[in-house]
Design a protein around this ligand. Structure first.
Ligand SMILES: Cc1cc2nc3c(=O)[nH]c(=O)nc-3n(C[C@H](O)[C@H](O)[C@H](O)COP(=O)(O)OP(=O)(O)OC[C@H]3O[C@@H](n4cnc5c(N)ncnc54)[C@H](O)[C@@H]3O)c2cc1C
Length: 503
């Protein structure tokens, strides 16, 4: 019989963070991952000898002393990762199709304000109010600031603010309102729903500092996995957990696809909470709880166009673009067949081969799962590589060309630089990450009912825990923090937070 302290189902950022942090506490870990490649959204893939990220285009908070830096430093990653800082004066450019101006988001709060003041000279008060509010909201989240003595009450006062309403309240300038909401694809922002704290925690992290992983984000999972193995942990790839089995009191084992069992004292699921409960058989998990989780909306999915450039053809730059059609910044997801896409985000990949010319570009836009539902019976997973058929290929090509038409309005002649392109749809994300609908960021937060969308790491089974983006916040930072929260819950104390802060 195995003798693990903790079995972790899934090797996304949250699962890996738990594995690393708990190994450091002396626990014997076993991570079980259904894919051949570890990392969940940290996975990369290679086409035409070029590395593409599946779900990490840039990271925030990685300057000395900042929150993700401290977590990664504690995990012994900071001197190993190949990172590239984005342009200090602009990490994101916000563009509206009817306006020639590229509105810059710069790193550092004073720089952020000053660079926007060039375009909005009368708006200093608004910009300062906005930045101060972001900082104030962030200060109310103890874990985000790596404080271990946090009280829920601290943040209660800032949970029920609507992002759009708040941004609209700081200025009467319509253009500035649009610009401040301009990179809301980072959190799949919805008007009348997305809480301002989500906007604040994410924007703050990138304004503090903004980075790209050179040659892709899978280096993060590779180094964490190495740490875990060096500390005595075991990692099983290409191994799917199909059941979490409990007796009257607690989880006794997990069952794998090949019918074998694995045992441990504690179990952590990095799967979507709803998917976790679907494979957990226990009367201790009440139907009301199952129904409550099931009723929560997942964020929209995406269509991704990964372009390989001809050699030395398209100049590299160290910033991203968020482009929208006039008047659609909050409604990009409400597209129709005729007007898709209403906006997109564009990222160049950082490569160790040099940064004069770009090797590749990723263009990401929203796509609803419904659009690919007709092919949902086909799977493309580690164990099951099915061809989705010629109609699906034609659909992807049509969408890619439509998206390229849109991108070419901003970058005329882009097509002439393209050597090849590859696409991913909501089905690709469904199959590679393991959720039902290819959702970009998991459970949608709602300012009107914030507690309903907070998922506790604890379950009614005392030795089963959740981790990952669905807990507090999505993104690499959010999922890494979920690893901290879950590890503290499992250990019954929050001493690790202090260790991370002092790393
Ligand atoms: C297109 C896209 C772009 C993004 N861009 C950025 C970005 O630029 N910056 C940023 O910070 N964040 C970005 N994100 C978000 C970020 O990548 C995610 O929030 C984060 O990585 C999720 O981590 P997680 O811990 O929740 O695990 P996930 O990445 O969801 O991984 C879960 C893991 O569990 C495994 N699993 C599922 N079921 C089973 C099972 N039954 N048995 C075994 N294993 C199982 C899966 O295979 C997967 O490896 C992006 C996401 C997407 C989709």
């Amino acid at each position: 019989m195995d003798n693990f302290d903790v079995i972790i189902i899934g090797s996304g950022m949250g699962g890996l963070a738990c594995g690393d942090l708990l190994s450091r506490e002396g626990l014997k870990i076993c991570i079980i991952e259904k894919n051949k490649q570890l990392g969940g959204c940290l996975q990369t893939y290679v086409r035409d000898k070029v590395i593409f990220d599946s779900g990490v285009h840039y990271l925030g908070g990685l300057d000395k002393g900042q929150n993700l830096y401290q977590i990664f430093k504690y995990m012994n990653l900071m001197d190993k990762l190949k990172l590239q800082k984005q342009d200090e004066d602009v990490f994101d450019k916000i563009v509206i199709d009817t306006d020639e101006t590229e509105y810059p988001f710069a790193q550092g709060y004073e720089n952020f304000i000053n660079k926007l003041l060039v375009h909005f000279p009368g708006e200093e008060n608004a910009l300062r109010t906005y930045c101060d509010r972001i900082k104030e909201v962030c200060s109310k989240f103890p874990l985000y600031n790596l404080r271990s003595n946090g009280e829920y009450n601290e943040k209660a006062s800032v949970l029920e603010i609507d992002t759009k309403e708040y941004i609209d309240s700081v200025t009467q300038n319509e253009k500035l309102r649009v610009v401040l909401a301009g990179n809301n694809a980072l959190y799949a922002g919805q008007p009348g729903k997305t809480p301002f704290y989500v906007h604040a925690l994410i924007l703050n992290s990138y304004i503090e500092s903004s980075w790209k992983c050179v040659d892709g984000g899978s280096q993060i999972s590779k180094f964490i996995a190495r740490n875990i193995r060096e500390m005595g942990g075991v990692i099983l790839r290409d191994t799917e957990v199909v059941r979490i089995v409990a007796d009257a009191k607690q989880v006794t084992h997990v069952e794998l696809k090949d019918g074998s069992r694995k045992h441990a004292t504690h179990y952590i699921s990095n799967m979507h909470p709803v998917k976790t409960l679907e494979i957990t058989d226990s009367d201790l998990i009440k139907n009301v709880y199952r129904k409550r989780l099931k009723s929560l909306e997942n964020s929209i999915s995406s269509f991704t166009l990964n372009i390989v450039f001809k050699k030395d053809s398209f100049k590299y730059f160290k910033y991203n673009y968020y482009c929208h059609n006039e008047g659609t910044v909050w409604t990009v997801a409400d597209y129709t067949e005729e007007n898709w896409p209403l906006g997109y985000a564009m990222f160049l990949s950082a490569s160790s081969k040099g940064n004069v010319y770009a090797e590749s570009m990723t263009v990401l836009t929203y796509m609803r799962y419904d659009e690919v539902k007709q092919w949902e019976a086909t799977f493309n997973t580690a164990s099951d590589q099915q061809d989705r058929g010629t109609e699906y290929d034609a659909f992807k090509r049509r969408k890619a060309e439509r998206l390229l038409d849109s991108v070419e309005k901003k970058f005329p002649g882009l097509r002439s630089h393209i050597k090849a392109y590859y696409t991913a749809t909501p089905l690709s994300y469904r199959d590679y990450i393991g959720n039902d609908d290819g959702s970009l960021y998991g459970i949608v937060k709602d300012y009107k009912d914030p507690l309903r969308t907070f998922i506790s790491p604890r379950t009614k089974l005392p030795n089963l825990f959740f981790t990952g983006q669905n807990l507090n916040l999505h993104g690499i930072l959010g999922a890494a923090m979920s690893g901290l929260v879950t590890s503290c819950a499992l250990l019954g104390n929050d001493k690790i937070i202090e260790k991370v802060r002092n790393a």
